[in-house]
Design a protein around this ligand. Structure first.
Ligand code: ADP
Ligand code: MG
Ligand code: ZN
Length: 651
């Protein structure tokens, strides 16, 4: 065989093979996209069907299962509800789905209510409790949660109490007596699920009360804790099925902010509820302004930014700053305190007494800001929180929704500002690496942060299987309120350069942290890690990071973890879709802030504008590149610093 001819053929063969491989990957991508679209189609159809069912049911009296049927005020108990709403709870109107839920439970139905945090779920069993004879048993996962509710009820003059491990003998005796006293004023008894699972004495009292017709209703708060599929499974919730078996005629009401239909079905099964109504409130919080800002690279600038905000827009206003770690929260607190701002730390590793102190002071407005980890979660119910700042992104969209949702519970306008830092991606991914779908969830969060174009509400809604119309945002997010000053930029050449760097490192058996990768690309750092043919990109640092984060989301690169005794380190490697770049025709593009218009102008309607804003929301400053001082630390998460407790969120 002619060797020259053979060489030509071999060459072509190689070309064909690699293109074939690229085509296969593209096919795979298309199949994935097809599946996504099929799922979406199914969901949309389901929603449309549900909507049309609801409107039909509005006219047919036969169907009692829809929200509309329960939304009226001519039930025998309606007058009593109105009076108690005003007189006992000092509220004027019902919020969305409260009346429906209350009417259904008053009618003796078993009801499940899914409503976002702060929506007002407690009223849905507290008001019926006040308007019924006998008492309501409330199952609540945490003592601190009960105490918060009891505090509010006491202020309102509603008779309520709790039983828990630290109750005195006398108190237990008194409660047990009240439970079977026909003349008792006691309206609500809060217990932890352990009480039901473990106390035979209490169960026998309940039995007696039920026989006497005094156990009027059972409320199971945070009902998603029943299901192992939920994010906060509590083994003792599994035992709660006994309630419906022993007290079949006491209506049960289950409440939660986070339950997919799968979790809800599971919970209903565990609670032995056969036929029930489910009301689901929208997760949209129209009064919250959502915004993502670029995290300034050095911590001094960053603190200055935050202080600027606190001293202008949020002067004298109550707020929360969520941090990634206990250390971050302590440091930020100290920095703020030094500047005369009344701030306090809250994290899982503090003495319970100190935690309570911070919480109480903040609630009483003696402290302006709590700087906290996710441990500051359950039962945080201050109505007038005007801002929630995320010093680092959350580890998932669910977490972000819950945390930011603590703002504006009084329905007044409030801001949710997230500071997006490239380094945080790797700090968090090292932390969630052992969690089942931890990385997937984190990348969803990163996607939210990277998005310069889509309505934040639409992005959030996707996580709750809801369909929101961006028009309903009313310009209450950064992406809707600024005049779309971003453009699609072709970054294919950059991607090929990055591949060359990764390939060379791989051949040399070198591992690249995100920082080393960027250094090499920019022609800095160790010279052996650089690639001669690769020109440093003419991009500011922020955009360089944006490109790499985009490739991570697109699976062109991936994270690879290495575990040491003290830390988990994230390295960047070629991703499953890297070979797509072998196809000459393949292009990758990403949204970038348009250079013409300069920095992003985020308009924030009702609150006064702030000078520092345009400076920090734009991804690059006028001179071009920004200095970063973050060392290799960006990709290291110290295991010892992250207590498990800090990642528990129930709300
Ligand atoms: P959830 O349990 O859904 O997170 P809560 O029951 O703790 O929410 O209520 C959150 C806040 O909303 C509380 O401060 C409560 O007083 C307030 N709230 C509840 N219902 C109403 C209403 N109808 N009108 C005004 N405020 C309400
Ligand atoms: Mg609640
Ligand atoms: Zn929007």
């Amino acid at each position: 065989m002619d060797s020259e001819e053979a060489a030509v053929l071999l060459d072509e063969l190689e070309g064909v093979s690699s293109e074939l491989q690229a085509v296969e990957i593209q096919l795979q991508e298309l199949l994935e996209r097809q599946q996504e679209l099929i799922d979406r189609k199914r969901l949309l159809k389901k929603k449309i069907q549900r909507l049309s069912e609801q409107s039909e049911a509005g006219t047919s009296a036969g169907d009692r299962d829809t929200a509309e049927t329960w939304n009226n005020q001519d039930f025998p108990w309606s007058q009593a509800l109105r009076d108690a709403l005003r007189n006992s709870f000092q509220l004027e109107n019902f919020r969305s789905l409260q009346l429906e839920t209350i009417n259904a439970t008053m009618a003796g139905k078993d009801v499940f209510l899914i409503m976002p945090t702060g929506g007002g779920k407690s009223l849905c069993y507290q008001l019926p409790a006040v308007c019924s004879t006998g008492f309501t048993l409330v199952i609540c996962p945490l003592v601190s949660l009960m105490e918060d509710q009891l505090m509010v009820l006491e202020r309102l003059g509603v008779s309520a109490t709790s039983l828990n491990a630290s109750s005195s003998k006398e108190h237990v005796k008194w409660v047990h007596n009240e439970m079977i006293n026909k003349k008792s004023q006691l309206k609500l008894i809060y217990v932890t699920p352990e009480k039901i699972a473990k106390s035979k004495l209490f169960m026998s009292r309940l039995e007696k009360a039920y026989q006497a017709g005094l156990l009027c209703r059972i409320a199971v708060d945070e009902v998603h804790c029943c299901s192992q599929w939920g994010h906060d499974f509590r083994p003792d919730y599994k035992a709660l099925g006994i309630l419906k078996r022993q007290f079949p005629n006491a209506p049960l009401i289950g409440l939660t902010a986070t339950a997919t239909s799968h979790v809800l079905k599971d919970a209903q099964k565990i609670l032995c509820v056969q036929k029930s109504l489910t009301f689901t409130a929208s997760f949209n919080r129209p009064n919250l302004f959502y915004e993502v800002r670029l995290k300034p690279s050095n911590s001094k600038d960053f603190i200055e930014d935050i202080v600027q905000l606190i001293n202008s827009r949020y002067k004298g206003k109550s707020g929360i700053i969520y941090c990634f770690s206990q250390k971050d929260s302590e440091q930020v607190t100290i920095s703020l305190q030094k500047l005369g701002i009344r701030a306090g730390t809250y994290h899982a590793n503090m003495e319970p007494r100190d935690k309570t102190k911070v919480h109480t002071k903040w609630t009483a407005n003696q402290m302006q800001i709590v700087v906290a980890t996710v441990a500051f979660g359950m039962g945080i119910d201050k109505p007038d929180v005007r801002f929630v700042i995320h010093h680092s992104m959350s580890k998932s969209m669910e977490n972000y929704y819950q945390e930011s949702g603590r703002a504006g519970r009084d329905d007044g306008r409030a801001d949710c500002i997230l500071y997006y830092g490239f380094g945080d991606i790797f700090r968090i991914s090292s932390m969630v690496v052992m969690e089942n779908v931890g990385q997937q969830k984190l990348y969803e969060m990163v996607k939210y942060c990277q998005d310069l174009n889509k309505c934040r509400r639409v992005l959030i809604a996707q996580h709750f299987d809801e369909v929101w119309d961006s028009a309903k945002c009313n310009k209450m997010c950064d992406n809707c309120s600024h005049n779309k000053d971003c453009e699609q930029v072709d970054i294919t050449k950059y991607c090929r350069d990055i591949m060359k760097i990764l390939e060379q490192a791989n051949q040399m058996d070198e591992k690249l942290t995100p920082l080393k990768l960027i250094d090499s690309w920019m022609g800095k750092g160790a010279s052996k890690l650089r690639v001669a043919l690769v020109q440093p990109p003419k991009l500011p640092r922020d955009e360089i990071e944006r490109v790499i984060a985009h490739l991570l989301l697109q699976q062109v690169v991936r994270e690879d973890f290495s575990f040491t005794a003290y830390a988990t380190i994230s390295y960047i490697k070629k991703g499953p879709k890297a070979d797509l770049l072998k196809n000459e025709k393949y292009t990758i593009s990403v949204h970038m802030k348009s250079r013409k218009s300069g920095a992003a102008k985020v308009k924030s309607p009702e609150l006064s504008p702030n000078k520092s804003m345009s400076k920090i929301s734009g991804p690059f400053n006028k001179k071009g590149e920004r200095k970063r001082t973050n060392g290799d630390k960006v990709s290291v998460a110290k295991k010892t610093k992250i207590s498990n407790d800090d990642s528990i969120v129930i709300d």
